[in-house]
Design a protein. Structure first.
Length: 130
């Protein structure tokens, strides 16, 4: 968690132009987005995943906009794997859900304490650091 805070302090979460995709027939749902908001969070989730449910519920309750992508859809699963591979420099290994992409430049997976991570995410969102 200290690493996450350090990233926020040093401003590594800069806007990189993430574009929201249409949710129609894609297994994606855009949540709480209006014409002026820009999606800075992509949440790759699995229907049977407890941490995924916690993350979705937290973002919804705190009105933090995100683009949710169900990995039950092959296209979303492939995109998620590309993000994880990029974060790991294409090194093999397992990981757990959810996978969260921030500003198209930071990828989080196998998050040990999802509640603490989401609390830090909320602070970053509320203070404009995300």
């Amino acid at each position: 968690m200290k690493y996450f805070i350090a990233l926020l302090i040093f401003g590594l979460f800069s806007y990189t132009g993430l574009k929201a995709q249409s949710p129609a027939n894609s297994g994606s749902e855009t949540v709480q987005m209006d014409s002026t908001s820009i999606q800075k969070i992509i949440l790759f989730h699995n229907d049977g995943c407890g941490k995924c449910h916690v993350a979705k519920e937290f973002l919804d309750e705190n009105e933090i906009p995100y683009l949710g992508k169900n990995i039950g859809v092959a296209e979303n699963r492939s995109e998620m794997q590309q993000w994880v591979n990029k974060a790991r420099n294409n090194k093999a290994g397992g990981f757990s859900y959810p996978v969260i992409v921030l500003n198209e430049d930071s990828v989080y997976y196998s998050i040990p304490n999802i509640h603490a991570f989401l609390d830090e995410l909320k602070i970053a969102w509320e203070t404009g650091k995300l």
